[in-house]
Structure formats: structure tokens, C-alpha cells
Design a binder for this molecule. Structure first.
Ligand SMILES: [Zn+2]
Length: 95
């Protein structure tokens, strides 16, 4: 009979939507980005703000970044990245 297993388990939620289904969403998002960029530039003109330059990195305090997640490593001597668990020793190699 037509008894499909529709239990509460999330086994069937692994199926990803097709790329065709994502296209209209991508297009809509691109339009939103264009709209937001236009609003930002208008605000910049209205407020007289120029493009904000990224803050220069503090000299003398170089913190290494995790090759896995690109976040700063608070403890340079840590063996693993506290954010993503990347094994830092593997990237450094044997000292
Ligand atoms: Zn990391």
C-alpha cells in the first residue's frame, strides 16, 4: 500500500533543492544587494562619509590566523583552533 515512512526522523531532509529552484532566489538576492548598495551610496553622499577604510592592523601585535576558519587565534601556542578545532600543529609542521 501507500505507506510511506514519514516519521519524525530527519532522514529524508538530506535531499537538497535543485539548482534550478535556487536560481530565482539568487536573482532576487542579487536585486536586493543592488538595491542596498544604492541606498548605502546615497547615505554616504548624504552624510559626507567616504568609503570606510578597514582599520589598519595593530603593529607589533600580530596574531596568527587559523588556516581553517581565518579567525584570530587567541592562544598562539594552542594546538587546536578554539573556533573550528583545526589542528594548528599540522599547519606549522615539525619545529
Ligand atoms: Zn579555526
Amino acid at each position: 500500500m501507500a505507506e510511506k515512512e514519514a516519521g519524525p526522523s530527519s532522514e529524508q531532509s538530506k535531499t537538497q533543492p535543485g539548482r534550478r529552484a535556487l536560481r530565482p532566489r539568487v536573482t532576487a538576492l542579487e536585486e536586493q544587494v543592488d538595491c542596498l548598495e544604492g541606498r548605502v551610496s546615497k547615505l554616504e553622499d548624504a552624510t559626507g562619509l567616504e568609503h570606510v577604510q578597514p582599520a589598519p592592523e595593530q603593529a607589533g601585535e600580530e596574531r596568527p590566523r587559523c588556516p581553517g576558519c581565518r579567525l584570530e587565534i587567541e592562544k598562539p601556542r594552542a594546538r587546536r583552533c578554539v573556533w573550528c578545532g583545526f589542528v594548528l600543529a599540522a599547519a606549522r609542521g615539525p619545529v
